[in-house]
Design a binder for this molecule. Structure first.
Ligand code: MV4
Length: 454
């Protein structure tokens, strides 16, 4: 592979450019008019402006990206995460235009994007799936009948959804008709598909996901799991690997199940299988993500594997004989997402100019960021400005190192989530690893924060 176009922006565009440089591959950045001064635009060997700031007119506009690949003679296109990363049509157009899509096949993106189909495939492969409807739920009458069988509470989810959008928890029969109607309407409005499926609702699960890489020739390797339960409104804020809830025996069962599932669909590239993990150690397939994820660095730190490099090698037709199939975790890594959001004002986005910026460093610290002093955070895109990752021999060391790194991190000019992370790092339950997906609903951010925590 000689030249890759990166169809993305921000920290992930830089992340991909870094690996390309290490592999001796030339890079093409695409950028919107709002991103002229972005580092991905500067660090790539070539850069092509693809339109106005609005994502729909630039980073989501397929013809412009394909044209940029054509005029620069790129060989492949890496979509990063978000934007077009899980757009099967984009993957298809890349390939039919003569560019390798760095990711799974368009067909795989389409199949795993149908959450009902994905669950059925996994069930057939022998992976435990969340109990619920076998397929779509046709109407409120069928919903009521099914819910009675499954037992309340149940959850209605959009077949074309994912990541928490278009869901409704239903606690009793009298709510089911209204829940069905609104969820279905939301699914139609949000995804252009009103189809819903139903599951038993688990009250206080953990969200644990297994990192996979497949060569598309039947070989799939798991790189352990990530604990992703610390989220707010379906936005993850802190991720770690290993999960404090997963011991070696459970890891073996989870990764084996995930590998079995991914092998059964002959998965290619990096992917993730999301599990719900309940309090008694039972886990259930929820959905599969067919992209490199924001939180991939915690896995890289613990397993010593460059996941973007693996994606590129696999896209070039290589296999991964260099990774031991029974690879073991080394130590513990945790990631804090530093967003331009004000945690004291309901995490309201805070675009604007960063007046001063100092990143932490030292032993076991990694910072993936596109920000710099003087950078103006545009209001058009997501608010992630840096990922701070700390690695240690064990969880306590990783958490102390994270706290130390948060103390060193200086961002002035815009409020960020740094003070929030500092408070979580000192939380008792968080330190004990005793939490689930509801952690942030109960977490009280202290307002009387002295200068240090602001
Ligand atoms: C669930 C669940 C409980 N039971 N499914 C959220 C993200 C998406 N991937 C699926 N999600 C969930 N699915 C069943 N059967 C709990 C979640 C969930 C969640 C749900 C409501 C509000 C916040 C949540 C945070 C994490 C996970």
């Amino acid at each position: 592979m000689r030249k890759i176009l990166i169809a993305n922006r921000g920290e992930i565009a830089l992340r991909i450019i870094r690996t390309c440089k290490e592999l001796g591959i030339s890079t093409v950045a695409v950028y919107s008019e709002a991103d002229r001064d972005c580092l991905h635009t500067r660090f790539a060997d070539e850069a092509v402006c693809i339109g106005p700031p609005a994502p729909g007119q630039s980073y989501l506009k397929i013809p412009g990206i394909i044209s940029a690949a054509e005029i620069t003679s790129a060989e492949a296109i890496h979509p990063g995460y978000g934007f077009l990363a899980e757009n099967a049509e984009f993957a298809e157009i890349c390939e039919s235009s003569g560019f390798r899509f760095i990711g799974p096949t368009a067909d795989m993106i389409m199949r795993m994007g149908d959450k009902i189909y994905a669950k059925n495939m996994m069930r057939k492969a022998g992976v435990p799936v969340i109990p619920g409807s076998d397929g779509g739920v046709a109407d409120e009458k069928e919903a009521a009948g099914l819910a009675k069988e499954i037992g309340y509470p149940v959850i209605l989810k959009a077949a074309a959804g994912g990541g928490g959008r278009g869901m409704r928890i239903v606690r009793e029969e009298k709510e089911i008709a209204a829940a069905f109607a609104t969820a279905s309407a939301e699914a139609q409005a949000g995804f252009g598909n009103p189809t819903l499926y139903m599951e038993k609702y688990f009250e206080s699960p953990r969200h644990v996901e297994v990192q996979l890489i497949g060569d598309g020739k039947g070989e799939v390797i798991a790189l352990g799991e990530r604990e992703c339960s610390i989220q707010r409104k379906h936005q993850k804020l802190i991720e770690e690997s290993p999960s404090p809830a997963v011991d070696a025996a459970l890891r073996k069962r989870m990764t084996s199940a995930a590998v079995k599932g991914a092998r059964s669909v002959n998965y290619r590239s990096a992917g993730t299988i999301e599990f719900l993990l309940d309090a008694d150690g039972k886990f259930y397939f929820m959905e599969m993500n067919t992209r490199i994820q924001v939180e991939h660095p915690v896995t890289e730190m613990v397993y010593g594997v460059d996941l973007v490099k693996e994606q590129i090698l696999i896209a070039s037709g290589e296999d991964f004989k260099h990774i031991h199939p029974e690879i073991e975790p080394r130590g513990h890594a945790i990631e804090c997402r530093i967003n331009a959001e004000d945690p004291f004002k309901a995490f309201r986005p805070s675009p604007g100019r960063i007046s001063s910026f100092h990143v932490p460093g030292g032993m076991g610290v990694r910072v993936d960021t596109h920000a710099y002093a003087g950078y103006v955070i545009p209001p058009y895109y997501d608010s992630l400005i840096a990922k701070l990752i700390a690695h240690g021999h064990d969880r306590p060391e990783a958490l102390r190192r994270m706290m130390r790194a948060l103390d060193e991190f200086i961002v002035e000019g815009v409020p960020t989530t740094i003070p929030f992370h500092r408070q979580v790092m000192t939380d008792d339950r968080f330190n004990r690893g005793d939490f689930n997906t509801h952690f942030l609903e109960h977490f009280k951010l202290s307002e009387d924060g002295h200068e240090k925590t602001r």
